[in-house]
Design a protein around this ligand. Structure first.
Ligand code: SF4
Length: 510
C-alpha cells in the first residue's frame, strides 16, 4: 500500500521523499476507511513504522529514507497510539492460566525426557551421516529404526516414530519452557528470549542461608543501554527445570551456530540458525495452547500473548490467593508458596509496580464483594455485614461506587487474599505480627480466625468444610491430649461455616 501511494503521489524512490510527503501520507492514511469508520491508531502506527525503519536501515538499503521522519517521538505515538487507544493487556482468565501452566509444567517435568531422547537419536544419526558422507534418506531410515527400538512415548502415550513428529514435539517443548518461565517468574518476553546457557545461578541467601536459584538474563526495558543489562530473578524449581530442558534442547543448534542463546531456531529459507523472535513466540504460544487443548473462553480460543503471562503472574502475586493455584500445588512445592510478593519480584521494580496495580484492582473487587454480602464470617466480616445495608443491592450501587472510589484514592487500605479468607490488613490489630502486610510466616487459619482483620466469604466455604472433615478423621484416633486440639479446630470451622450459612446462600464465586 505504501508503494502504491508513493507511485500515485509521483515519488519513484523513498530517497526522493520529503518530510512533507510523509506528513501527506499520514493524512491520507487517517482519511482511509477502516472497520470502525477510520483506521485504528495502531494500524497507522504500523505503516509509519516502516518509514522509521527505512531511515534506521538506510545504510544497508539501496533506497532508504534520508531524514528521520519522527525525530522527537516514536511512530506509534506519532500515529496517536496511547494507553487508552492501545487498550490494557488482558490477564489470562484464572481457569485458563492454571490449565496452560499445569500442562506446560507436565511437558517440562514429565514429557521432556523421551522428547529429548528422540531428538538425540536424530542428532546422532545426522552427525554420523555428515561424518561418513552418507545420504540423508538413508540417515532418516536409520533414525526411524533406532526410534522404533527405543520405544519413546510422546505426551499422548503414542511411540514417537518420525522426524517431523520429533521436530514438532521439540518445538512444543520449547514453548512449554517459555510458558513455565513467563508464568512463574514474570519476566518480559525480550528477557526470556535473551536467556543464555548457564542462566541458572545458585546463591546463598534467605533466612536459612540456603542456596537459592536465580535466573539471569538481559533486562532491556527501562534501561538506557540498548544492549540491556544483566539482571537476576528468583527462580522456583519448575523454572530451573525449564532452563535445564532448554539447555539440552538447544545444545546442537548452539554448537552449529556458535551462539549461546537458548531460544534458537532454523531459518526456513536458508537453514541458518537464528534467534526466535517475539512475533514467532507469540504465534507459537497459541499453537501450544491448541496442541494441549486449553479450553475455549466464551466459545473461542483465548488469544494467548507472551506479555499476558507477566500480567497474570503479577495478578496471582498481588492477590496471593493460592486457592486458584491448588492445581499447581504439587509442582509449586513449598519454596514458592512461602515467598512473599517482593521475594518473587526481586529487583524488577517495573514488575513490582504491576503487582501493586493488580493489588489495587483486587482490593477494589474484594470491597465490592464485602459491601454487597449479607453473610460473612471472621471478626471483620461480621462487623462489615452489621453495617453494610446501605451499600447493598441496586439501591446502594452509587453509594458503593463512591465509597470504593474514596477508599482507593484516599487511603492505603489493601485487602490480601489467601486460601481460607481475606485479610483487611491493619497493623495495630494484626495477630500474625505483620507490620506492613500480613506476615507470611505468622499467618495461619488458627491465627487469622481470631484476628480483628479477618473476613471469610462463600468462596472459602470448601476450604473450611475440608479442614473440618480432615480434623474430624484425625480426632477419632487421637490421644485425649491431642483430641482437645482437634476439638478446638473443629469448633473454629463450625463457627465460620455457621456464619456463612448454607451452600444455597452463596453467591456465584469467580
Ligand atoms: S492474622 Fe491473618 S487476618 Fe490478621 S492481619 Fe495477619 S493475616 Fe491478616
Amino acid at each position: 500500500m505504501i508503494l502504491r501511494w508513493r507511485v500515485s503521489a509521483g515519488h519513484h524512490t523513498f530517497r526522493s521523499l520529503t518530510p512533507g510527503a510523509v506528513e501527506r501520507f499520514h493524512g491520507w492514511l487517517r482519511a482511509r476507511p477502516g472497520r470502525r469508520g477510520t483506521l485504528a491508531a495502531q494500524t497507522i502506527g504500523g505503516y509509519l513504522q516502516v518509514f522509521h525503519d527505512l531511515y534506521r536501515q538506510r545504510d544497508k538499503l539501496p533506497d532508504g529514507l534520508t531524514f528521520d521522519p519522527f525525530p522527537l517521538e516514536s511512530a506509534p505515538v506519532a500515529a496517536g497510539v496511547t494507553r487508552a487507544t492501545k487498550g490494557a493487556i488482558p490477564f489470562i482468565p484464572d481457569a485458563l492460566a492454571v490449565d496452560i501452566l499445569s500442562k506446560a509444567l507436565t511437558w517440562v517435568e514429565e514429557h521432556a525426557e523421551p522428547i529429548l531422547a528422540a531428538r538425540a537419536i536424530w542428532d546422532t544419526v545426522d552427525i554420523e551421516a555428515r561424518e561418513h558422507g552418507r545420504d540423508r534418506h538413508g540417515a532418516g531410515r536409520r533414525a526411524r529404526l533406532r526410534l522404533r527400538g527405543a520405544v519413546l512415548r510422546g505426551p499422548d502415550g503414542v511411540p514417537i516414530r518420525g522426524g517431523m513428529e520429533t521436530r514438532q514435539l521439540v518445538t512444543h517443548l520449547a514453548e512449554a519452557c517459555f510458558i513455565v518461565i513467563a508464568g512463574f517468574v514474570g519476566m518480559r518476553v525480550s528477557e526470556i528470549l535473551s536467556l543464555r546457557a548457564g542462566a541458572i545461578e545458585f546463591r546463598a541467601g534467605g533466612e536459612a542461608d540456603l542456596p537459592q536459584a536465580y535466573v539471569r538474563a538481559r533486562l532491556f526495558k527501562t534501561v538506557d543501554d540498548r544492549g540491556g543489562r544483566d539482571e537476576r530473578w528468583f527462580a522456583p524449581a519448575p523454572v530451573v527445570s525449564a532452563v535445564d530442558v532448554l539447555e539440552r534442547l538447544s545444545a546442537r543448534l548452539r554448537l552449529l551456530s556458535g551462539r549461546d542463546q537458548l531460544f534458537l531456531t532454523r531459518n526456513t529459507q536458508h537453514g541458518e540458525v537464528v534467534l526466535v523472535t517475539q512475533m514467532q513466540i507469540a504465534l507459537r504460544l497459541r499453537h501450544f495452547a491448541a496442541r494441549v487443548d486449553v479450553p475455549a473462553y466464551e466459545g473461542r480460543p483465548w488469544p494467548f500473548a507472551p506479555h499476558q503471562f507477566r500480567k497474570t503472574f503479577a495478578r496471582f502475586v498481588a492477590r496471593r490467593d493460592r486457592s486458584q493455584l491448588l492445581g499447581l500445588a504439587d509442582h509449586f512445592k513449598h519454596a514458592s508458596i512461602a515467598m512473599t510478593a517482593r521475594g518473587y519480584v526481586g529487583t524488577d521494580f517495573d514488575l513490582q509496580g504491576l503487582v501493586d496495580h493488580e493489588g489495587q484492582i483486587e482490593t477494589a473487587a474484594a470491597l465490592e464483594r464485602f459491601l454487597t454480602a449479607d453473610r460473612l464470617a471472621g471478626k471483620m466480616g461480621e462487623r462489615i455485614v452489621a453495617g453494610n445495608a446501605i451499600f447493598r443491592g441496586r439501591a446502594g450501587a452509587q453509594v458503593r461506587r463512591d465509597y470504593i472510589g474514596f477508599v482507593m484514592q484516599e487511603t492505603d487500605l489493601r485487602i490480601h487474599a489467601c486460601d481460607y479468607g481475606w485479610c483487611v490488613f491493619q497493623p495495630e490489630t494484626a495477630r500474625c505480627g505483620g507490620t506492613l502486610a500480613p506476615s507470611e510466616a505468622g499467618r495461619a487459619p488458627a491465627v487469622c480466625v481470631d484476628c480483628a482483620n479477618f473476613v471469610v466469604d462463600g468462596r472459602h466455604r470448601l476450604y473450611w468444610e475440608d479442614r473440618r472433615s480432615r480434623n474430624a478423621i484425625l480426632q477419632e484416633t487421637a490421644s485425649p491430649l491431642r483430641r482437645a486440639v482437634f476439638d478446638e479446630t473443629i469448633a473454629q470451622c463450625d463457627r465460620v461455616l455457621t456464619r456463612l450459612g448454607k451452600h444455597d446462600d452463596d453467591e456465584q464465586t469467580d
